[in-house]
Design a protein around this ligand. Structure first.
Ligand code: DGL
Length: 306
C-alpha cells in the first residue's frame, strides 16, 4: 500500500479486484484456486481467446500481447495482476512487472518451488508449450528454487544432484480445447510425448501449461503411481494471498465479492468452453472486448460491448 494514503483511499484500494489474464480459458484453472484460497476477493478475468494460442508465438509477440492485456486489466482498476498463462509468464513477466505499478504474480516460480520441495530422487520433469520450454525459464526457476532450499537445509539431500528434463507437448492444448480429455487418441499421444520422461525416472512432473491439469488423469496413468503431478494452481493462489498480505491489500469489505469475465472472442463460446476449467461452474455475463481497443496507452475499455 502506498505511504501517505488516507484511510478511505487505502480501503478503496483493498476493495479493488485482482486482475487475471491468460491466452484464453486455461487460466481459469488458476482462477478457481484463487477463489478457493481467497473467497472474499473480487476478480476480473481476461481471456485473450481471439489471439490464442500463445504457446506457438514468438517472444516479442507474447511480450506485446501480455503488456496489452496488463493495460486492459489496469483500466478495470485492478490492485494486482496474475499472469495465469505459463507461456506469457515465461516470456513477459519481467516486462509486465516493470510496467504494472501493482504487484504481479506469475505461475512458473510457484510450480518450480513445489517440484523442488516434493522430489525425493532429484529428477524433475516439466511439460509445457513450445514457447515455455524454449524460454528456459522453468529450468532457471527450478535451479533457483533448489539453491534457496539447499541454503535453508530443506530437502537438501534429494536436490543436491538435480536433473531437469523438459518436453514440449503442444498437441495437449488442442486436445483439451476439443474435449479429448480422456480417450484413446489422447492416451496414445501422451505415451509418445512422455516416453522419454518415464525412461529418465523422474518422480515429479510439473504440468507447466494451464490446460494440462484437465488431462491429469491420462497423464497420471501414463506416468504411473510413482510420479507426482504438480498442478501449480494452488501454489499460485498461495502466492497471491501472501503478496496481498505483504502489501496490505487483502480485501476487508464484508459485502460479497464480484467476478467479472472478458474475452477477445465470442463470449458464448468462452462460457461453454470454460465449464471444465472452472470445475463445472459457468462464468456468467462474459463481455467481449476488442484487443485493438487497448493497444494504445490511453485506450482500455472503448472496445467493450455486451
Ligand atoms: N495458457 C497457455 C499456457 O499456459 C496454453 C495455451 C496457449 O498456448 O496459449 O502456456
Amino acid at each position: 500500500m502506498t505511504e501517505g494514503m488516507t484511510d478511505r483511499a487505502a480501503t478503496d484500494m483493498r476493495n479493488r479486484p485482482i486482475g487475471v489474464f491468460d491466452s484464453g480459458i486455461g487460466g481459469l484453472t488458476v482462477l478457481r484456486e484463487i477463489w478457493k484460497e481467497l473467497p472474499n476477493e473480487s476478480t476480473v478475468y481476461f481471456g485473450d481467446s481471439g489471439r490464442y494460442p500463445y504457446g506457438t508465438k514468438s517472444h516479442d509477440t507474447i511480450v506485446q500481447y501480455s503488456l496489452q492485456n496488463m493495460r486492459f486489466l489496469l483500466s478495470r482498476n485492478v490492485k494486482m495482476i496474475v499472469i495465469a498463462c505459463n507461456s506469457a509468464g515465461a516470456h513477459a513477466h519481467t516486462e509486465v512487472r516493470r510496467s504494472a505499478g501493482v504487484p504481479v504474480v506469475e505461475v512458473i516460480t510457484p510450480g518450480a518451488e513445489q517440484a523442488v520441495r516434493e522430489t525425493r530422487n532429484g529428477r524433475i520433469g516439466i511439460i509445457a508449450t513450445r514457447a515455455t520450454v524454449n524460454s528456459g525459464l522453468y529450468r532457471e526457476a527450478v535451479l533457483g528454487a533448489a539453491d534457496r532450499l539447499i541454503a535453508s537445509g530443506d530437502n537438501a539431500e534429494a536436490i543436491s544432484n538435480l536433473t531437469v528434463e523438459q518436453v514440449a507437448c503442444p498437441l495437449f492444448v488442442s486436445l483439451v480445447e476439443e474435449g479429448y480429455w480422456d480417450n484413446r487418441a489422447t492416451r496414445l499421444i501422451a505415451e509418445d510425448y512422455l516416453d522419454g520422461l518415464r525412461a529418465a525416472g523422474i518422480d515429479v512432473l510439473v504440468l507447466g501449461c494451464t490446460h494440462y491439469p484437465i488431462l491429469g488423469r491420462v497423464i497420471g496413468e501414463v506416468m504411473g503411481p510413482s510420479v507426482r503431478l504438480i498442478d501449480s494452481g494452488a501454489s499460485v493462489a498461495g502466492k497471491v494471498r501472501s503478496a496481498l498480505r505483504d502489501t496490505d491489500l487483502l480485501r476487508t469489505e464484508p459485502s460479497a465479492p464480484t467476478y467479472r469475465f472478458f474475452t477477445s472472442d465470442d463470449p458464448d463460446m468462452f462460457e461453454q468452453r470454460a465449464l471444465p476449467f472452472l470445475g463445472g461452474g459457468r462464468p456468467a455475463g462474459t463481455r467481449y472486448v476488442a484487443t485493438d481497443s487497448f493497444t494504445g496507452p490511453e485506450s482500455g475499455v472503448k472496445g467493450e460491448r455486451k
